[in-house]
Design a binder for this molecule. Structure first.
Ligand SMILES: Nc1ncnc2c1ncn2[C@@H]1O[C@H](COP(=O)(O)OP(=O)(O)OP(=O)(O)O)[C@@H](O)[C@H]1O
Length: 531
């Protein structure tokens, strides 16, 4: 039998979110899982046959609706398969049109929050909810007359049919996105669909994933050995902890200290990972000197990344060769055949692999591992969203400092120094960065802030005064951002008194930095990192 691409257990009830180019599919899938029903995202480019062959227990249809494009065309096969369907946002217009409703372009595209006043609380989706609700809309087409068989369950001056359902055909729809916090009753709409309309049971959980993955990893690895590159980040640490739980000492973790990490980070990683996994095999490779001499005098960001990437590969290969050589005379030693990667579900969706329509490739990002390593990949987090990865990490006993660590780029501080990299410049940046982290942690802002790079403008100097004397030092830029997924970001609104403390401490405590500036650019147009 065919099962959804990532479903760990056959016959597990899976709700497939079919995405016609909307921005909402991932968030909807996450919300469904929050309601304890397993969910996956398939692109509309997968055929209706492929989607139905995965035997979804229900479908959610999301679509983009823009004035520049026609309404998305939904394959009627999906609507006639005797599977409950929830159509949301632009997906509601698309499904309505496919079923014969009258649809036209809105006079002006609807975007933002709309207040609905006459929601029918007898309707399946709105049972137990207020008749007046704020909802988040973003579409350029409206349904003016529902398709035959549908009951209109909400309407609005700008959206004549704002929600409708046909219980007999098992098709339910809302013209808004119930997945966002801007639709305060959205989760309740989703739950009513799952538990009343589709009659599913809330029986999926992250605990289940841990047990399933451990069994799966044991089966995959057998008696062979596996390696994992530990970056200090949450994904590789959780993947490593899961595999270590499954196969114990058959896994060796390799951590490369490239000298571009933050203050005390290498020792913290060694301590935190070692202690929380009950002593997983961990090889610490100190390659600081090699990295710094390879980077000597290089200031072009692309060149820096390239050098760091290549050196990383070489170092990792050497570590692998050393591990194999160390057991050359052990008759019981098995092949080092597997490489563990912390690929997470958004990576899978974004690389187009989610519906199995593409050949599965290894996941490469910054600090990516060699492409030609002759390994089979073990990717135990492939089905998990980031917040679920964190939950797995916590359940496996990893400490908060790993589980809640802010994203940190593979090339580390190497791309947070604008200009050439040297040990002395790295030390300056490390001190400033440590102060920022300390102050943000002390003020309880860690979890609100997605990431807070500190950037050293190493080739820039500015005049300052200190204790009556003139200084000529470097500026640092603070770049705190809030984000959901790093695709877009806003600068974090850090209270002035905290910024003031950070600025005073850096200029007083870090000799060589005499100016602190704040980056208030959003993404877009800026990126989070400077290089
Ligand atoms: N310093 C390092 N030592 C060993 N392995 C590393 C190191 N840096 C990166 N890696 C490996 O390369 C992979 C990709 O690196 P990258 O920094 O892009 O990770 P990521 O996708 O953000 O995941 P993570 O949350 O694990 O950092 C990591 O998951 C890890 O396996």
């Amino acid at each position: 039998m065919t099962t959804p691409q990532n479903a760990a257990v056959q016959h597990q009830d899976t709700v497939i979110v079919v995405d016609y180019g909307s921005d909402d599919a991932q968030v909807l899938s996450r919300r469904i899982r929050e309601a304890k029903v397993y969910s996956e995202v398939y692109s509309y480019t997968a055929s209706a046959d492929t989607i139905l062959a995965a035997r979804p227990a229900a479908l959610v249809i999301a679509a983009r609706s823009s004035a520049a494009e026609d309404v998305a065309v939904v394959d009627p096969k999906l609507l006639e398969a005797d599977i409950p369907v929830l159509a949301v946002g632009g997906g509601f217009t698309a499904v309505s049109k496919a079923l014969g409703a009258s649809v036209r372009q809105a006079d002006t595209p609807l975007a933002g929050t709309v207040q609905l006043e006459n929601i029918d609380d007898n309707a399946t989706l709105f049972s137990g909810q207020p008749t007046s609700q704020d909802v988040a809309v973003n579409h350029a087409h409206v349904v003016t007359e529902a398709a035959a068989g549908f009951v209109v369950t909400a309407s609005h001056a700008d959206m004549p049919v704002a929600a409708a359902e046909d219980a007999k055909a098992q098709v339910y729809g809302v013209a808004w996105n119930p997945g966002t916090a801007d639709s305060p009753h959205g989760q309740s709409v989703i739950k009513n669909f799952l538990f009343i309309a589709a009659d599913l049971a809330p029986d999926w959980s992250v605990d289940l994933v841990i047990d399933q993955q451990i069994a799966k990893i044991r089966e995959q690895i057998g008696d062979k050995r596996a390696l994992v590159g530990l970056s200090g980040g949450v994904d590789s640490a959780v993947a490593a902890a899961l595999v270590q739980r499954a196969v114990g000492d058959q896994l060796t973790a390799v951590y490369v200290n490239h000298g571009l990490m933050r203050k005390d980070e290498s020792v913290e990683i060694e301590r935190a990972f070692g202690a929380s996994t009950g002593g997983a095999k961990l090889v610490m490779v100190d390659a600081e000197d090699e990295f710094l001499s390879a980077l000597h005098g290089v200031s072009d960001p692309e060149e820096k990344r390239k050098i760091i990437g290549e050196r990383f590969i070489r170092t990792f290969e050497q570590a692998q060769a050393d591990i194999v050589a160390a057991s050359a005379h052990d008759p019981d030693a098995t092949d080092v055949q597997f490489l563990v990667q912390g690929t997470v579900y958004p990576d899978v969706i974004e690389s187009g692999d989610a519906d199995g329509s593409k050949v599965i490739k290894s996941h490469h990002n910054v600090g990516g591992l060699p492409e030609d390593l002759e390994f089979e990949l073990v990717e135990p987090l492939r089905q998990l969203f980031k917040d679920e990865v964190r939950e797995v990490g916590t359940q496996l006993g990893l400490p908060d400092e790993i589980v809640w660590r802010q994203p940190f780029p593979g090339p580390g501080l190497g791309i947070r120094i604008v200009g050439a990299i040297s040990k002395q410049r790295l030390d300056l940046l490390r001190e400033a960065d440590a102060i920022v982290r300390e102050e943000l942690t002390a003020s309880g802002l860690d979890r609100e802030i997605w990431q807070s790079p500190v950037v050293l403008l190493a080739d820039v100097r500015s005049v300052g005064v200190n204790e009556g004397g003139r200084t000529y030092g470097h500026p640092v830029v603070l770049r705190p951002v809030v984000s959901e997924d790093a695709m877009t970001a806003r600068f974090a609104r850090i209270p002035y008194d905290i910024l003031d403390r950070i600025s005073q401490r850096i200029t007083a405590e870090v000799d060589g930095i005499n100016r602190v500036v704040l980056d208030i650019t959003g993404k877009p147009p800026g990126t989070i990192e400077w290089e």
